[in-house]
Design a protein around this ligand. Structure first.
Ligand code: C2E
Ligand code: CA
Ligand code: CA
Ligand code: CA
Length: 278
């Protein structure tokens, strides 16, 4: 039994070393990816549910690995967060999104909102507000068209200073959306405590529409509450007409999802927008 215990121990040690190495190499590769410009943004249109008219886009980061595979953010954002790489990565995303947004405007594209995700680690970063302002200045992207998506968990777990950042951002004209609304433990408290502009209904609730009674109740309650608080609403993950119709009927006017468009490379997204706006 004793030797078996040692074997088990050895087994775990090896497995741990292996996974630590894997992680380390992933981290090293990601660090290199940021330096070598292997990251890119896809954009998913946000539309008026009733007409399909675009009102904005959400920037979603991708990694084109050396082997040419497009790696989805779920595979590297957590590693970027644990290692702190999310800080340079996040500023890269913001600068790239603002500069591509500026190109769209310079080419005569209509003003619309550009939503960028902010992770908890970025939200806690000291220089955040200053860097945001610098990037807006450098890219000449209009602050009123920029929107940050921040999860309620991030907002609630932050300390005091972040609230100041929120106020300062809104003074600049930047808008703030609560992402994945309803999935944390403190959705209502977050709404009461933070001055936000938009509530994003999480895909998890939209998924079950129009048939699941719980999802019906939850989305209806979120919509009614946001409307009473004069907040804008965006539903995530709208995949079917039936989902769209349910949301519209309950008073949610804006959404994004595969029914309208998948996240698209920048050139394709600009084409999609130009066509949809014609
Ligand atoms: P999220 O912010 O909740 O983004 C929405 C995710 O839902 C995206 O996945 C999008 O492709 C996907 N999606 C959109 N419409 C539909 C639909 O109709 N059906 C289904 N099944 N999925 C849909 P993606 O691009 O893989 O991003 C996953 C997550 O990674 C994001 O979730 C966000 O939390 C994170 N992320 C992405 N880009 C960034 C970034 O630049 N910075 C940070 N901090 N996080 C990011
Ligand atoms: Ca988001
Ligand atoms: Ca979500
Ligand atoms: Ca999310």
């Amino acid at each position: 039994a004793k030797s078996q215990g040692r074997n088990t121990y050895q087994f775990y040690t090896e497995a741990l070393t292996r996974s630590a190495n894997l992680r380390l190499s992933m981290e090293a590769r990601l660090r290199r990816a940021i330096e070598r410009d292997e990251l890119l943004l896809h954009y998913q249109p946000q539309v008026e549910l009733a007409t399909g008219t675009p009102v904005g886009v959400e920037a979603l980061v991708r990694w084109r690995s050396a082997e040419g595979r497009i790696v989805p953010p779920g595979e590297f954002i957590p590693i970027a967060e644990d290692s702190g790489l999310i800080i340079p990565l996040g500023y890269w995303v913001l600068r790239e999104a603002c500069s591509q947004g500026r190109s769209w405007l310079d080419a005569g594209g209509a003003a619309m909102r550009l939503a960028v995700n902010l992770s908890a680690v970025q939200w806690g970063h000291k220089g955040l507000f200053g860097r945001i302002r610098e990037i807006l200045d450098e890219t000449r992207f209009p602050p009123e068209q920029l929107e940050f998506e921040i999860t309620e968990t991030t907002l609630m777990e932050g300390g005091g200073p972040e609230t100041g950042v929120l106020v300062a951002l809104r003074d600049l004209g930047v808008r703030v959306a609560i992402d994945d609304f309803g999935t944390g433990y403190s959705s209502l408290a977050a709404l009461k405590r933070f001055p936000v502009d938009v509530v994003k209904i999480d895909r998890a609730f939209v998924d079950g529409l129009p048939d699941d009674p719980d999802d019906q109740e939850i989305t209806s309650a979120i919509i009614a509450m946001a409307r009473n608080l004069h907040l804008e609403l965006v539903a995530e993950g709208v995949e079917t007409r039936a989902q769209r119709d349910f949301l519209l009927q309950r008073g949610c006017r804006t959404g994004q999802g595969f029914l309208f468009a998948r996240p698209l490379p920048v050139a394709e997204c600009m084409q999609w927008l130009a066509r949809a706006l014609r």
